[in-house]
Each structure stands twice: as C-alpha cells, then as structure tokens.
Write a protein that binds this ligand. Structure first.
Ligand SMILES: [Zn+2]
Length: 65
C-alpha cells in the first residue's frame, strides 16, 4: 500500500494511475492529475516543514481559513 503524496489517498501500486521516482523513492498516484502536480513541484508535497517562506510565493487572496 502506498500513499498518494498529493491528495494523501491510499493507492495500490498495481492499480496506481501513475508513478514517479524522486530521490530514490517511488511514489504512486491515484490519477494523472496528481502525478502532474507532483512532478511539477515535488518538494511541495514532501517534507511539510520545507518549502515555505521563500522560493514560490503564494498569490494573494488564497489564504486558508
Ligand atoms: Zn491523488
């Protein structure tokens, strides 16, 4: 059992719509859309402590409540 790092859904590797290798880890995705999102910006979905503060600023008006 694997976890889709984008949407946190559980994915069976044999049934995954897509997979990607990143830093020697293989990640599985429920859909091509999740795969695309991950490959566009892997560190956004890995290691939640990194990737904020600088690098890719969020556009204003999309605050989470
Ligand atoms: Zn997904």
């Amino acid at each position: 059992m694997a976890i889709d790092p984008v949407c946190k859904m559980r994915v069976e590797p044999e049934q995954a719509a897509a997979k990607a290798e990143y830093e020697s880890q293989t990640y599985y995705f429920c859909s091509a859309a999740c795969h695309k999102a991950f490959t566009a910006d892997p560190h956004k979905y890995l290691g939640g402590h990194a990737g904020h503060g600088h690098g890719s600023p969020q556009p204003p008006g999309r605050k989470q409540r």
